[in-house]
Design a binder for this molecule. Structure first.
Ligand code: ADP
Length: 486
């Protein structure tokens, strides 16, 4: 495997990741990318890293070979269920990958979006702990991610059934605090019998709040960028006071990107003849741009400004239609826009409606398409991210690695990774507000920059040499694990 870190680790730890997503097994967003990369880099540093996730019906499941390693049973309230844990045979991801199946509950095509998601993820967490309780030895740390797995620290500490493993240290990483997994109290029967005096460790604002519970019960909490951690204390969808209270155990660690997967020189999603390196990017980028312009009927000579992501308020996606029409009106029809995403039906409909009136300068692909996302990172001139909330944001780092200038709102991880080209040593386009006027000003600056070929080439070279790899972050995670190992 390329880019391996040197293995000079003295105290090897055994780490168990529990996650709802992991690229390339199943991915809905950045959580999948992180869960597919961080365990690999920890393994390269000599730590035994295992990841367990639900067994969804994805291509990856059928394309790989598996051993059954455990069969067990448990209950979710009154419903008794059996579960099976399978392990991927060849270590294809660079760490031990386990899938946990609960027949009828987890084996679905999508990761999220079902009415019984609370039942699905609660049962998954119970089954994971039943499995771990059966291990001959115990992991040093259980690392859980977002609300889907955030009940594990509570269950370990306070559910009688897991008393044998109650001292296992836990770390919770928050990839997105907007979603908290709220459940009404009638669902308390799903949680295995617990010390009733501890109900407050499940509660926030009169509901069972799995994310809040994780923050209260985990030994350490990390967020995916330092600026996001600061912001959560005054803007976290109701959890502000909790973040302020628990700040002593919280650490912000910027995500890295998997430079093996995201490498314009050998990206299998790009046509072989369209791949390129930092030293010689112009030709390769132009070929990818041409591919996009042909596919989406766009004008190659104009700067290509793209958006990739979930079409939701957090990402500022509802602003896109107005940004596009106002830019055409105020800046002129001197740029192309291309959108890839899915989400809010209203935004999807508005973006679709704009296609017929485009003038070879606008198009949208509504849906999720991994291949297209790679071609866009490679072929776009600019990547627009008008996020209202951005815990870390990976898109801006992918775009820079592929020589595409990010146009970001100064928030969360975007603030930590992009410096405006007007500032010393800068390379991106930054604005302060998720407001149409501010973003359109960014569009105007992008068009200006595009026509200054020399400056644009210099910025492209600089961005492509920036290091957003995992090396620094992985060491920070190791310090966090070491701090909780008893
Ligand atoms: P979030 O996890 O909040 O959605 P991130 O920036 O952390 O945002 O990660 C987004 C990831 O999902 C990136 O890898 C991005 O390329 C990918 N992605 C988002 N939407 C799409 C889509 N419609 N098609 C392909 N990839 C997408």
């Amino acid at each position: 495997m390329g880019n391996s870190f040197t293995t000079n680790c003295i105290n090897s730890m055994e780490l168990l990741f529990v996650s709802a997503e992991c690229y390339p097994v199943a991915k809905a967003g950045g959580l999948g990318d992180v869960a597919g990369a961080l365990p690999k880099y920890l393994t390269q540093l000599g730590h035994v890293t295992k990841l367990v996730m639900p067994m969804y019906r994805t291509k990856f499941l059928y394309a790989n070979q598996w051993d059954v390693v455990h069969k067990g049973s448990s209950n979710l309230g009154n419903w008794w269920f059996e579960f099976t844990v399978i392990k991927e045979k060849t270590n294809v991801l660079g760490f031990d990958l386990y899938l946990l199946d609960i027949n009828g509950l987890l084996d679905r095509e999508k990761v999220y979006g079902y009415d019984d998601d609370s039942e699905r993820f609660t049962a998954f967490q119970i089954a994971v702990l039943e499995w771990v309780a059966n291990w001959q030895h115990q992991p040093d740390v259980i690392h859980v991610h977002d609300h889907h797995t955030a009940l594990i620290p509570f269950m370990l500490k306070y559910c009688y059934r897991f008393a044998g493993i109650k001292n296992l240290p836990t770390v919770l990483t928050i990839h997105n605090a907007e979603y908290q997994g709220w459940m009404n109290w009638d669902k308390t029967i799903f949680i295995p019998q617990y010390d009733i005096w501890k109900w407050g460790m499940l509660e926030w604002n009169n509901k069972i709040n799995p994310l809040a519970s994780g923050i209260k019960c985990a030994d350490k909490v990390t967020t995916v960028s330092p600026s996001y951690l600061d912001e959560l204390k005054y803007m976290s969808n109701g959890l502000e006071a909790l973040f302020e209270y628990e700040k002593g155990k919280c650490v912000g660690i910027l995500n890295g990107i998997d430079t093996n997967v995201w490498d314009p020189q050998q990206d299998p999603y790009l046509k072989a003849e369209n791949r390129f390196s930092a030293n010689n990017s112009e030709g390769g980028k132009a070929k990818n741009k041409m591919q996009l312009c042909e596919q989406f009927d766009l004008d190659f000579d104009k700067p290509l400004i793209c958006f990739i992501g979930r079409l939701v308020g957090e990402k500022g996606a509802d602003l896109l239609p107005a940004v596009i029409s106002d830019s055409f009106y105020h800046v002129g029809r001197s740029m192309n826009f291309l959108i890839l995403g899915s989400g809010s039906p209203d935004v999807e409909a508005q973006l679709n409606m704009m296609t017929p009136i485009s003038n070879n300068d606008y198009n949208a692909f509504i849906g999720y398409n991994e291949t297209l996302s790679h071609v866009i990172y490679a072929g776009a001139d600019f990547l627009l991210m008008p996020s209202r909330v951005e815990p870390c944001g990976l898109n801006q780092m992918y775009s820079m690695r592929y020589g595409t200038v990010p146009m970001v709102r100064r928030t969360g991880g975007l603030k930590d990774t992009v410096v405006d080209y007007g500032e010393p040593g800068g390379y991106g386009i930054c604005y302060n507000f998720a407001a149409v006027g501010d973003i359109c000003h960014g569009v105007w600056r992008a068009v200006e920059l595009y026509h200054n070929k020399e400056k644009m080439a210099g910025i492209r070279r600089k961005m492509m040499q920036l290091d957003f790899g995992w090396e620094t972050s992985v060491k920070q995670y190791i310090s966090v694990y070491e701090s909780v190992v008893r």
